[in-house]
Design a protein around this ligand. Structure first.
Ligand code: DMJ
Length: 612
C-alpha cells in the first residue's frame, strides 16, 4: 500500500498530469494538441516542405586545364590498362580473368580467355599493337571447344566475346575476326530454340541444345540485337539477321498497357509475355532498355519500332521512377513493383542504373526530341494505348521542352552517380544505396518537383540538376552511433551494398555527357574517380574490387572483371582524350563498351531479310 502511494507521488507522468489539471489543461486538450501537431507535421512533410524549398546549387569552380594536362591524364589511364593487362597476361592468360590479389586465375566465362577478347578494341584505341598482336595469335587458334555438358551463358558470351570480336573486326577489317564471330554466333544459336524466340539462359554448344529456366530476365533475353544485326550485315547470313528482327518484333508487340509502356523484369520464354510487374533500369533489366535506342541508331535511324520503345521507356522512367531526395535534393532513379494492389517504389539506387544518364544524353545528342514529326512520330500519341494516368503523364512531359528535360534528367542523375563516389572516404562508389524516402520522408517524384519549379517561375536550376558538393559530414570518422546515424540521415541515403566492383556505368555516363555538352565538370569528376581507383583498387598485378567503400583503408577482393578493361578504363581514356576518336554519330557502343559502326541496310538486304 505504502509502495503504491509513494509510486503515485513520485511517478513523473502522474505528477505531470496533476500539474496540468491544476492549470486547467485536460487530457482532451492534450490529445487535441497532439493530433493537431501530427496533422501539421504531415502537411509539412507531404506538401509544404517541398512546395517552399527551392533547389539551390553550390558554387563549384572547375579549372580549365590545358589540352596537354588532359592528354597526360589519358596517358595515365593507358598505363593503368597496361598494368592490368600485363598482370593478366603474366598470371592468368589464356584463362578468363586474373585474380589480382593472389595472382591466380579463374575460368568463369567458358575459359576462352574473356579478358583478352573483351580488351581487343580498347587496345586498338590506345594504340597497343604488341598486346593486340599477342591476343590475336590466341584468336587465330580459338576453336570454342568445351567439354560436353558445359553451359555457355548466352548473354555474357554475346556482350563480351561476340561484341569484342565484332568491334575489333569493325576497326581492322581482319577476316579472322569475322570468321570467329560467325562461328560463335552460330554455336550460340540453339539458345533461340524457345517457342517465343527469346533466347534461353545458356547453351550446351557440344550437343547444340539450350538450357535454363522457362523464364528469363529482361536484360538476358533482349540484349543481343546489335551484335546479331551487325553479324548479319558483315556475313550476309539471314539466320543471324532473323535473330534480331524476332527480338524487335516480340518486344514491340508485347502487351505493356498495364506497365505504362515499359518492359518489366521477368518474361515467359514460351508465351513471350511478361510475368511480373517489376519495372527497373538496374540489374536484370538495364541493357534491354539501352538497346532500344542503340539498335535504332546503329541501323542508321531506320528502325522506328525501336525508337518508339525508347520513347515509351524513357517517358515512363521520367514520370514514375525518378525521385528527388529529401535534404540534398539528389535526383535518382529507382524500381517499382505491385504490392497489395498498389504500386510501391523500393527507393534503391543501383550503380548499374548509372548507365541511364549516358543513354539519355546520347538520345539528346541524336534525336529530334522536340520535332518527332520529322521521324514520323507524334509524342503524345505514343501513349494512346496506355492507361489514362499514363497518357496524362505524357502530356505533362510534353509541357516541357523534351530535349531540355532529357538533358536535365541526364545531368542530375549523373551527378548523383558521381556523388555516391565523392561522398565516401575512399572516393569509390558503392554498388547499391537506399534513398531515404517514404514514411516520415516525403516521396517526391521528379516530375512533381519539376512542375512546381515551373509554376514558381523556374527560379534557379531545375530540381536535382544544380552542382552539389560531396557530403562533408560523412559520419565515418565518429564512433558515436547517434552522430553517425544523424549524419547518414542528412546525407539522404544509407549504403546497402558497399562494394565497388570496378564497374563502368558512372564513368560511361560522364564520358557521354562530356562529349554531348562539352562541360569540363564531367571530366573533372571522372578524374577524381580514376585517382580513387589508383589509390584503392590497384594491386601489384592488376586492379581489384574494393570491399567497403565507406571505410578508410578497405580490403580488396580477389577479382578483376574483364569489363574493367573493356569498359571502365576505355571510357576513362576516351573522356580524357582531346581528340574524339569514337564519334557518337558514327559508332554505337554495345552494353560492354564495344563500339559497332552505324550502317544502313540496302534495298536488297531489306527485301531478302524482310526488314521494313
Ligand atoms: C557489364 O558487363 C555490362 O555493362 C552489362 O550490361 C552490365 N554490367 C556489367 C558491368 O557492370
Amino acid at each position: 500500500m505504502n509502495f503504491s502511494v509513494n509510486f503515485l507521488r513520485t511517478n513523473p507522468a502522474v505528477k505531470a498530469s496533476a500539474a496540468f489539471r491544476r492549470r486547467g489543461i485536460s487530457i482532451r486538450h492534450l490529445a487535441f494538441t497532439f493530433a493537431f501537431s501530427i496533422a501539421l507535421l504531415t502537411l509539412y512533410y507531404n506538401y509544404l516542405r517541398h512546395t517552399v524549398v527551392p533547389f539551390p546549387a553550390d558554387v563549384i569552380h572547375y579549372p580549365q586545364e590545358t589540352p596537354e594536362v588532359w592528354e597526360a591524364r589519358a596517358l595515365q589511364v593507358k598505363n593503368a590498362f597496361l598494368h592490368a593487362y600485363h598482370g593478366y597476361e603474366r598470371f592468368a592468360f589464356p584463362k578468363d580473368e586474373l585474380c589480382p590479389v593472389s595472382n591466380g586465375s579463374i575460368d568463369n566465362f567458358n575459359g576462352w580467355g574473356v579478358t583478352a577478347v573483351d580488351s581487343l578494341d580498347t587496345m586498338l584505341m590506345m594504340g597497343l599493337q604488341p598486346e593486340y598482336d599477342r591476343a590475336m595469335s590466341a584468336i587465330h587458334n580459338m576453336n570454342f571447344s568445351l567439354p560436353i555438358n558445359t553451359r555457355v551463358p548466352f548473354f555474357e558470351t554475346v556482350i563480351r566475346y561476340l561484341g569484342g570480336l565484332l568491334s575489333a573486326y569493325a576497326m581492322t577489317g581482319d577476316d579472322i575476326l569475322r570468321t570467329r564471330a560467325d562461328q560463335l554466333g552460330t554455336i550460340l544459336a540453339p539458345a533461340f530454340n524457345t517457342s517465343s524466340g527469346f533466347p534461353s539462359f545458356s547453351v550446351d554448344t557440344v550437343r547444340g541444345t539450350s538450357n535454363g529456366p522457362k523464364f528469363g530476365g529482361l536484360a538476358e533475353i533482349a540484349s543481343y540485337q546489335m551484335e546479331y544485326a551487325y553479324l548479319g550485315k558483315i556475313t550476309a547470313k539471314k539466320e543471324h539477321v532473323d535473330r534480331f528482327t524476332a527480338a524487335t518484333h516480340n518486344l514491340h508487340n508485347a502487351e505493356l498497357r498495364k506497365y505504362g509502356g515499359m518492359y518489366p523484369m521477368h518474361w515467359d520464354l514460351s508465351s513471350g509475355q511478361a510475368t511480373d510487374a517489376h519495372l527497373s533500369v538496374g540489374a536484370a533489366s538495364d541493357s534491354a532498355h539501352e538497346y532500344t535506342l542503340k539498335q535504332y541508331l546503329m541501323t542508321a535511324r531506320q528502325d522506328t519500332a525501336n525508337l518508339e520503345m525508347y520513347l515509351r521507356f524513357t517517358s515512363h522512367v521520367l514520370n514514375n521512377l525518378m525521385f528527388i531526395s529529401p535534404n540534398r535534393h539528389l535526383l535518382y532513379v529507382t524500381d517499382s513493383n505491385l504490392y497489395r494492389g498498389g504500386i510501391r517504389h523500393t527507393h534503391s539506387f543501383e550503380h548499374l542504373s548509372c548507365f541511364l544518364p549516358g543513354l539519355l544524353a546520347l538520345g539528346v545528342h541524336t534525336l529530334p526530341l522536340n520535332h518527332l514529326e520529322d521521324v514520323g512520330l507524334n509524342f503524345t500519341e505514343l501513349a494512346d494505348d496506355l492507361l489514362p494516368e499514363h497518357k496524362m503523364g505524357y502530356e505533362e512531359l510534353a509541357s516541357f521542352n523534351l530535349t531540355d528535360l532529357h538533358l536535365w534528367a541526364a545531368e542530375g542523375l549523373a551527378q548523383t552517380c558521381y556523388l555516391t563516389y565523392a561522398d565516401q572516404p575512399t572516393g569509390l562508389g558503392p554498388d547499391i544505396i537506399s534513398m531515404r524516402s517514404g514514411g516520415l520522408y516525403p516521396e517526391i517524384t521528379w516530375m512533381e518537383a519539376m512542375q512546381e519549379w515551373k509554376i514558381k517561375g523556374r527560379r534557379g536550376p531545375p530540381p536535382g540538376v544544380g552542382d552539389k558538393h560531396p557530403w562533408a559530414g560523412d559520419g565515418n570518422n565518429t564512433t558515436d552511433m547517434l552522430d553517425r546515424e544523424i549524419s547518414i540521415d542528412r546525407r539522404d541515403y544509407y549504403i546497402r551494398d558497399s562494394q565497388y566492383q570496378l564497374r563502368p556505368e558512372t564513368v560511361e555516363s560522364l564520358y557521354i555527357l562530356y562529349r554531348v555538352t562539352g562541360d569540363v565538370k564531367w571530366r573533372h569528376r571522372g578524374w577524381a574517380i580514376f585517382q580513387a581507383i589508383e589509390r584503392e583498387a590497384k594491386t601489384p598485378s592488376g586492379y581489384a574490387n574494393v570491399k567497403m567503400v565507406d571505410t578508410y583503408h578497405p580490403e580488396q577482393r580477389d577479382v578483376m572483371p574483364s569489363y574493367f578493361l573493356a569498359e571502365t578504363l576505355k571510357y576513362l581514356y576516351l573522356l580524357f582524350r582531346e581528340e574524339d576518336i569514337v564519334p557518337l554519330d558514327e559508332w554505337v557502343f554495345n552494353t560492354e563498351a564495344h563500339p559497332l559502326p552505324v550502317f544502313e541496310w540496302t534495298k536488297e538486304e531489306k527485301e531478302a531479310y524482310g526488314i521494313p
